[in-house]
Design a protein around this ligand. Structure first.
Ligand code: SAH
Ligand code: MG
Length: 202
């Protein structure tokens, strides 16, 4: 199904195409084709003005959102792996998008956002959640990537490889929280590696 779905995809701008090819060759994680297309659709529906992204890597998804979001879009994106920060900055410069993007190194956060894209280390989503709730506007949307952990999430704890168990436990907690927090309405979608879309309500 995925191969067919992706075969219908028209692709991205040549610069994004180049970044994607490079990221795949260098084994830098980036959002998958299905997720790229989902985010483009979401940006067209939601027209967010201020996005917070947790997990920049080399800035592929950041630049995709700049390219396909509204013209006056601002993005704050966070990355904590020093080696990737200068590469991301250089990519923002080459794409001519420096004015729209603020890259934070580390994790102190303030402000208020209408769209938060959670794509950091999977085992840390649950730790980010209190900040995310604080930073998200009422009516704001949280989209989290890779929540189904390549299918591990539905297995019994014992069938999950030992090294993936902490992530498994924390991701289950995260999904439970997204579905049970009274301020959130969440849909879990088996797209790509699993995506959640949550809307914050008063
Ligand atoms: N969104 C990117 C891919 C991000 S990969 C894209 O699609 O192009 C996940 C990134 O999150 C990695 O580069 C990792 O270093 C970073 N990361 C993991 N935990 C983090 C944290 N607590 N704070 C900031 N960045 C984090
Ligand atoms: Mg990811």
């Amino acid at each position: 199904m995925r191969t067919y779905i992706n075969s219908l995809d028209m692709g991205n701008t040549p610069f994004l195409q180049e970044l994607e090819t490079k990221a795949l060759a260098d084994r830098v994680p980036i959002i998958r084709r299905e997720m790229q297309s989902f985010i483009k659709m979401f940006l067209a529906v939601n027209r967010p003005k201020r996005i917070l992204e947790v997990g920049t890597a080399i800035g592929f998804s950041t630049l995709l959102m700049c390219e396909y979001g509204p013209e006056d879009l601002e993005i704050v994106t966070i990355e904590n792996y020093e080696k990737r920060i200068p590469i991301a900055k250089e990519n923002f410069r080459r794409a001519g998008r420096e004015a729209q993007i603020t890259l934070l190194e580390g994790d102190a956060l303030s402000g208020s956002y209408d769209f938060i894209f959670m794509d950091a280390a999977k085992g840390q989503y649950i730790n980010w959640l209190p900040d995310v709730m604080r930073l998200m506007k009422n009516g704001g949307v949280l989209i989290s990537d890779n929540v189904l952990q390549e299918g591990d999430i539905i297995e019994s704890h014992y069938l999950v490889e030992r090294r993936n168990r902490t992530i498994y436990k924390r991701m289950r907690e995260y999904l439970y929280e997204l579905k049970h927090n009274p301020s959130l309405i969440t849909s879990i979608i088996p797209l790509g590696d699993g995506v959640t879309v949550s809307v914050k309500q008063e």
